[in-house]
Design a protein around this ligand. Structure first.
Ligand code: DOR
Ligand code: ZN
Length: 355
């Protein structure tokens, strides 16, 4: 991972409570274990629907939302924002009613087989044009995992090729559609979003701001740094950092925290996903500090997201202070053992609860 000289003299930062615009909370025991980390730091979070089976109906989303809230203390003020997983057979009425009834905040487009639990995803985006048409009409945002899935496209090129083959066509065909290009990893994506109209935005993860593709192989293979979209070359990481600290309302926080147990990561065919929820805001603070841009953190973490979604800003505040903060090597609960992002590092910033 790439440490840069810290130049700022700021030792403490009070910002509006941030939101996480992309997180995997899972289900069952894993949900019980991880939900509180996200709820501790963030006011709201966009909850990914890639369960097995995926969340494709409003009824399933309501049940899942209940399970999330049951995994948290009774007085939790955390608000899960539910999403609908788009499939080739999704019913536009289900999507539209779910949005109107305020169950669904957005829909998630996974190209079929792009990543974990995406086998039911969309085979060709044109198949779901009637749903997208309805979403555009009612102002419902489309969240996109932007990678092509063709094996003939190099894994490091899949995001750039997706922009060329799919995203640019979608933007042209639906000029009034709100799109969030999720967890962007390339300068191509930064440029595309920057040059598009105000209805196109992107989320950036803590890990893509810190690791490049070489980090996955430094001193041996590092399965806990494997995620999708995969980390790219250093020039891309630099472009992501520049976008995150730019102050542009088009770029905002989305952790893509995606926990998998050690056994699923350290194996001959390991899962993609990085668990960063326990130290998410500290990780972003460290990066913004290294870029001497702590004054831009609140916009990125707490303001651009709600503004893009048309939601109110959180009214409470959090405190982040400079100080020693050693991330544990493992996070364990019962039988579940996960290696978190930044494991065994001193992350130099400490999150404090509301003030
Ligand atoms: O690394 C990832 N993990 N990328 C995704 O898109 C899915 C996620 C997961 O669910 O594990
Ligand atoms: Zn994700």
């Amino acid at each position: 991972m790439h440490k840069q000289q810290q130049t700022s003299a700021i030792n403490s930062l009070r910002i509006r409570r941030p939101d996480d615009w992309h997180v995997h909370l899972r289900d069952d025991d894993m949900l019980q274990m991880v939900a509180h980390y996200t709820a501790h730091q963030f006011g709201r979070a966009i909850i990914m629907p890639n369960l097995a089976p995926p969340i494709t109906t409003a009824a399933a989303a309501i049940e899942y939302r209940k399970r999330i809230m049951s995994a948290l203390p009774a007085n939790s003020r955390f608000k899960p924002l539910m999403t609908c997983y788009l499939t080739d057979n999704i019913d536009p009425k289900e999507v539209e009613n779910g949005f109107k009834e305020e169950v669904f905040t957005a829909c998630k487009l996974y190209p079929a087989n792009a990543t974990t639990n995406s086998a039911h995803g969309v085979s060709d985006v044109r198949t779901i044009y009637p749903v997208i048409e309805a979403m555009q009409r009612i102002g419902m945002p489309l969240l996109i995992h932007g990678e092509v899935t063709d094996c003939d496209v190099d894994i490091f090129d899949r995001e750039a090729v997706f922009i060329e083959r799919t995203l640019s066509v979608l933007v042209d065909d639906f000029p009034e559609l709100k799109i969030i290009f999720e967890h962007i990893t390339t300068k191509d994506a930064v440029n595309f979003v920057t040059e598009s109209g105000t209805l196109i935005a992107a989320t950036i993860t803590p890990h893509h701001l810190r690791i490049n593709r070489s980090d996955m192989f430094k001193g041996g293979i590092k399965p806990h740094l494997y995620c999708l979209p995969i980390a790219k070359r250093e020039a891309h990481r630099t472009a992501l950092r520049k976008a995150a600290i730019s102050g542009s309302p088009k770029f905002f926080l989305g952790t893509d925290s995606a926990p998998h147990v050690i056994a699923a990561k350290e194996t001959s065919c390991g899962c993609a996903g990085i668990f960063n929820a326990p130290y998410a805001i500290e990780s972003y603070a460290l990066t913004f500090d290294e870029e001497n841009a702590l004054d831009k953190l609140e916009g990125f973490a707490s303001i651009h997201g709600p503004n893009f979604y048309g939601l109110p800003l959180n009214e409470d505040y959090i405190l982040i202070e400079r100080g020693e903060n050693k991330v544990p090597e493992h996070i364990i609960s019962g039988d579940i053992n996960i290696i978190p992002f930044h494991n065994s590092e001193d992350i130099s910033w400490v999150y404090k609860c509301a003030t």
